[in-house]
Design a protein around this ligand. Structure first.
Ligand SMILES: Nc1ncnc2c1ncn2[C@@H]1O[C@H](COP(=O)(O)OP(=O)(O)OP(=O)(O)O)[C@@H](O)[C@H]1O
Ligand SMILES: [Mg+2]
Length: 284
């Protein structure tokens, strides 16, 4: 399942004197089974855009199409949009604030039950999802409030996985995670993608973009200013101090500048760099 964003505009607190235009004429096509990153400096409109994908926010102007759902100002109160949340799951930037049940398993089962699944099956699905995010039985009966920040985030992610949506949107899913938790989560997301899910990840982590995604969209002041591959992005953002290029790419670029014939497009991690250097050495 894909998403078509057509010329959308959105302003917060429209009537206030300090109204902020968060999105200004954004158009974007996300295809079925895409694995897309959305990047951009703080305040560029990423989280606002993410909330349009499942109609938590509705554009002031323009349309968002998700299959046969039409999200626009005219439809903003349509009951039909509720079903959309089952198809498009959004893990918020600060999901820990959304936990409210007395146990972890109930919290994860809550969303599933909301879509008409019986209590017993909802709990079963909650258990599977919790294990997927690396929280074992010992967490099931714990109070969400007593968990660490990263553990709370994992519970919130499990809550979305348990619903089994076709499109998964993650707003900064690895922020604050230790390296192993980040890797585990990204491997899980990659597996979901391989199983046919459409994945959208909002992140400031360019290493993540470089390692896992094939397409990146960049927002600047509420507008899409770049849409291409990670390597194209890293070339594009040279000189931006708010978006960093992964260190392996910086090293590769330096080596190329010094005359080493390596293809930057083939480099996504340290191993790729080593292989590229070997290949060059063998040719030289
Ligand atoms: N609830 C709100 N009320 C008023 N203005 C808001 C609200 N939420 C966001 N904004 C403003 O809208 C703009 C876009 O914010 P948004 O949260 O979409 O940015 P972002 O790209 O997700 O940033 P970050 O990287 O910090 O998460 C910013 O100028 C922000 O100040
Ligand atoms: Mg944000």
């Amino acid at each position: 399942m894909g998403i078509q964003v057509k010329n959308i505009f959105f302003t917060y607190q429209k009537k206030a004197t300090n109204a902020t235009q968060a999105l200004a004429d954004v158009s974007l096509e996300i295809k079925d089974n895409d694995f897309l990153a959305i990047v951009g400096e703080t305040g560029s409109g990423k989280s606002t855009l993410a909330q349009m994908f499942n109609a938590l926010l509705v554009p002031d102007k323009g349309d968002v199409l998700v299959n046969d759902y039409v999200i626009n100002y005219k439809n903003r109160k349509s009951r039909k949009l509720r079903g959309l949340r089952q198809r498009v799951g959004l893990v918020f930037q600060f999901p820990e604030y959304q936990l409210f049940e007395e146990t972890v398993e109930k919290d994860v089962a809550f969303g599933v039950k909301n879509f008409g699944v019986k209590a017993e099956e909802a709990i079963e699905r909650a258990h599977v999802a919790l294990k997927q995010v690396g929280l074992d039985e010992s967490y099931f009966k714990r109070a969400p409030f007593d968990l660490s920040g990263g553990e709370k985030r994992k519970v919130a992610i499990a809550g979305i996985l348990a619903i089994n949506p076709d499109i998964l949107v993650f707003d900064e899913p690895t922020a604050g995670f230790d390296p192993q938790s980040s890797k585990d989560l990204m491997n899980l997301i990659t597996e979901l993608h391989n199983n046919g899910k459409t994945i959208i990840i909002i992140t400031h982590d360019m290493d993540l973009v470089n390692t896992y995604t094939k397409r990146v969209v960049m927002l600047e002041r509420g507008q899409v200013t770049f849409d291409g591959t990670p390597n194209e992005l890293f070339a594009y953002i040279k000189g931006y101090d708010r978006l960093d290029t992964p260190s392996v790419i910086k090293v590769a670029e330096k080596l190329k500048e010094k005359g080493m014939g390596i293809n930057i497009n083939e480099i996504h991690n340290n191993n790729d760099l080593v292989e590229a250097i070997k290949k060059w050495r063998n040719k030289a």
